[in-house]
Design a protein around this ligand. Structure first.
Ligand code: C5P
Length: 236
């Protein structure tokens, strides 16, 4: 990957996603497709995006019984994502099943093994939301606990908010990958993100990859915006 930037292609339009991948060729580390895009366009849409050569973070957040999650992972690995993810709250057996399925399927197809990453606590949930579903831990403590569980299950890292980077890095060590959304360059609009960090401060705190959507995708000049962020990260 040329750099740490993963661009969130939050669209249902394959043509728009493919055009952005081409515009950003060589300027970013990869792109992220999520439930919105895959529900609309299925595996053919995903292939159209990976055919551009951009490394893919397939953000489908699997969460089901271990057997079903393993089967879903086996189904998506041939799409050659560089990164895929599951919910840590699905538990240890489910995460181990996902990891094993990713490794086995990649080996069967002679492909490189995708990073298997966990989602901890969705940042749309606050402490009161967690209490309402019976989780008494505050959100940040719960995120660290789930990150620990993901590490013990042999996963490669977690998605976390900028404000969780330091605590999870401390708990899970230097090799555990931290993928961080909620990023806003100082010169871009914040949109609906409330707890955000600048790219440089997230990387200084310990982020490995930055998920960045609208500051790049909604810019008048997406290539210029990506380049400007990449330059801000050079040497960090
Ligand atoms: O446009 P923006 O940079 O806000 O996009 C961020 C991307 O990261 C979106 O795909 C969003 O769903 C995702 N995300 C997030 N915050 C989280 C988890 C994921 O913004 N806590």
């Amino acid at each position: 990957m040329p750099n740490r930037i993963l661009v969130a292609l939050d669209t249902t339009e394959t043509a728009q996603a493919v055009a952005l991948c081409k515009t950003l060729d060589g300027l970013v580390g990869g792109v992220k497709l999520g439930l919105e895009f895959v529900s609309a366009n299925g595996p053919d849409g995903v292939r159209a995006v990976t055919d551009t050569g951009q490394p893919l973070f397939l953000d489908l957040k699997f969460h089901d019984i271990p057997n079903t999650v393993a089967a879903a992972v086996r189904a998506v690995v041939p799409l050659q994502p560089a990164i895929l993810n599951v919910h840590a709250s699905g538990g240890t057996a489910m995460m181990e099943a996902a990891r094993d399925a990713a490794q086995e399927t990649a080996r069967e197809h002679g492909m490189s093994v995708p990073m298997t990453i966990a989602v901890t606590v969705l940042t749309s949930l606050d402490d009161a939301d967690l209490a309402s579903v019976g989780q008494r831990n505050p959100a940040e403590a719960q995120a660290v606990r789930l990150a620990d569980l993901a590490k013990d299950a042999g996963l490669d890292g977690v998605v976390c908010s900028p404000k969780e980077i330091l605590a999870i890095r401390k708990a899970c060590g230097p090799d555990f990958k931290l993928i961080v959304p909620g990023i806003r360059p100082l010169w871009s609009a914040t949109g609906d993100q409330k707890r955000f960090s600048s790219p440089a401060s997230a990387v200084k705190d310990g982020a490995d990859y930055l998920v960045i959507g609208r500051p790049i995708t909604a810019a008048d000049d997406p290539a210029g915006a990506a380049q400007r962020i990449a330059e801000e990260l050079e040497g960090l």
